[in-house]
Every structure is written in C-alpha cells, then in structure tokens.
Write a protein that binds this ligand. Structure first.
Ligand code: A3P
Length: 296
C-alpha cells in the first residue's frame, strides 16, 4: 500500500468515487472504512464534529476550538483546521488523531452506519451540524468545482440531479441527516444548525460551551465571537482552506469562505428545480417529526 501523502499516493488520486455500502467517497478517503468502523476506539474525552459536507463544519470547528482555548485565538491562528481536528476518514486521519493529547478533536463526514461503532458506547461529545440542504447543494456545487478529485461540477443542472440522487461526495444528504438524527436526545450529542448560528451566534456559542463543559465568562464569549465572524474566518488562512495543497484544490476556481449566508439557493434554483427539490424532500423526510429544522 502506498504511504498516504507520498508522491505515489498523490499520483493515484482520481475523480473516481470509491463506493462503500452505497455511499460514494473521494479518493482521499482511507481504503478500509470497514476496519475503521470496527477498529477505531473512540475515547470518552474525544470531541467529534460530524456533518454532511458544506453544512458549516469549519464554522463549528472554529467555535469549538475557540471555546476550548477560552477565546484565545493563538491556536486557531497558528495551526490549520485539519490538524487541529483531523478528518477521521481521510487516509492520514487516524495517524493525526493518535498524535493528539487528550482531549482529541476530530471531524467526520461519515454517515452513521459507517462511523466507528465505539462512539455509540462512549461518552465522547459529538456536535452534529445541519444546514438547509438547498443551500448545501449550492455551496457544494461551487466548492466541488475547486476540488480536483470531485466530479459532476460542470453544470448546475447536472449537479442538482446528482445531489438528489446522492451521487455526490459522502452520498445522500437525506440519508446522512436521517441516520444521525437517530442519536437526538442522547446527552453526549448536540444537534445545531447553520441557521441557528446565523440567527443568534452568541446564544449558539454559549450553548456549545455548556455542552462541552467549558462555560465561558462574557469577555471570553466576546473574544470567541470576534474570531468566528465570516470576515475574520475568511482572513484566517489556518481556517479558510487557502493552504489546501494545489494537487487537491484549484484556488483560482473559488474558495471555501464563499458567501456565508442562509438562503442563497433562491438565487440559483429555477421554479422547476424548487418544485422538484420540494417533492424529493417531502418524500424522504416524511418519517421525521415536523419542526425539527429551522428552514422548514
Ligand atoms: P457558502 O458556500 O454558502 O458560502 P463547510 O465548512 O461544511 O464546508 O461549509 C462551508 C460553508 O460554510 C460555506 O458556505 C462557508 O462560506 C460557510 N461558512 C464558514 N464559516 C462561516 C462563518 N463564519 N459565517 C458564515 N458562514 C460560514
């Protein structure tokens, strides 16, 4: 097996998805997700951020890390986000996680059924971030264009269809959210949405800090808030993906910190697409109670 990160490994990266139990993964994902699910040991002190891509993961990470440092920005300004909180499923992920002292921070886009099962008997704290899937679709369309190993990004129409079919990196949004929401009500899980962050960022930061057991005083909260604005994060090269290597990201085609608003889908969807999306949404979400999501 080639060493993750080596020249041979980089050369072998491709736009082809690796399908695992019905879910398409990018070629940077570890080769054996089954071994990860069965073998990775989640520790009680771990702090895990889980999301479907483009839900506001990076925003939550910045908040979680600044809460941990009680508003001191030095960590988020000197260490790239994927080293502060490695991606569990990336080929290099477990190595990075195991190099951390406790508490360990890591991030994942894995659907529930592929996540290491030890999470479900541990006391690890897990923050699951959600966002209006219409905005996720738009954000993903623009973002995956910049990622050299993603596909179906040529036209919005094609990407729109592929998203509804779940043929985009990490699969179906509906399955991802539906799977993880089974954990709601468990005390070591916090479900929070991108829209809630927008509506009341102070209350959201306070909620996250209480959940993590790191209650902050008002000055510390002020400092967190100062460093998690869209503008502050857009300028923080440790968080804005500008340091993602050129073999993965074409920085001339776009950036992670694109618009940072809720509701941009209205500028992209046609009337027919809005109706088609709503039809699929109603059908797929039929089993969930009403009022779960701020965008409904
Ligand atoms: P847009 O593409 O709609 O701008 P993820 O981190 O899961 O990949 O999500 C990226 C999305 O979150 C992008 O959305 C990005 O702009 C948005 N985002 C990141 N930090 C943000 C912040 N501080 N405020 C608002 N939006 C933010």
């Amino acid at each position: 097996m080639t060493e993750p990160g080596s020249l041979a490994w980089v050369a072998a990266l491709s736009r082809d998805y690796t399908w695992v139990e019905g879910v398409p993964f990018l070629s940077t994902t570890t080769g054996d997700l089954g071994a990860l699910r069965d073998g990775f040991v989640v520790r009680d002190g771990d702090i895990v951020t889980v999301s479907y891509p483009k839900s506001g993961t990076t925003w939550i990470l910045e908040i979680v890390h600044l809460v941990h440092t009680r508003g001191d920005p030095r960590w988020v300004q000197s260490v790239v986000s994927w080293e502060r909180s490695p991606w569990l499923e990336k080929a290099t992920g477990v190595g990075g996680i195991n190099r951390q002292a406790d508490p360990r921070f890591y991030t994942s886009h894995l659907p529930l059924h592929l996540f290491p099962t030890s999470l479900f008997t541990s006391k690890a704290k897990c923050v699951y971030v959600m966002r209006n899937p219409r905005d996720i679709l738009v954000s993903g369309y623009h973002f995956w264009k910049t990622i050299k190993i993603a596909k179906y990004t040529e036209s919005f129409e094609v990407y729109f269809e592929k998203f509804l079919q779940g043929e985009v990196p990490f699969g179906s949004w509906f399955d991802h959210v539906g799977g993880w929401l089974q954990m709601r009500g468990k005390e070591n899980f916090l479900f929070i949405s991108y829209e809630e962050l927008h509506q009341d960022i102070r209350a959201s930061v306070e909620q996250i800090s209480r959940f993590l057991g790191t209650e902050l005083n008002p000055e510390e909260v002020d400092s967190v808030l100062q460093h998690v604005t869209f503008q502050a994060m857009k300028e923080n090269k440790m968080s804005n993906f500008s340091l993602l290597p050129d073999f993965l990201m074409d920085h001339s085609k776009g950036c992670l910190m694109r618009k940072g608003i809720a509701g941009d889908w209205r500028n992209h969807f046609t009337v027919a697409q809005t109706e088609a999306f709503d039809r699929v949404y109603r059908e797929k979400m039929a089993g969930l109670p009403r009022g779960l999501f701020p965008w409904d």
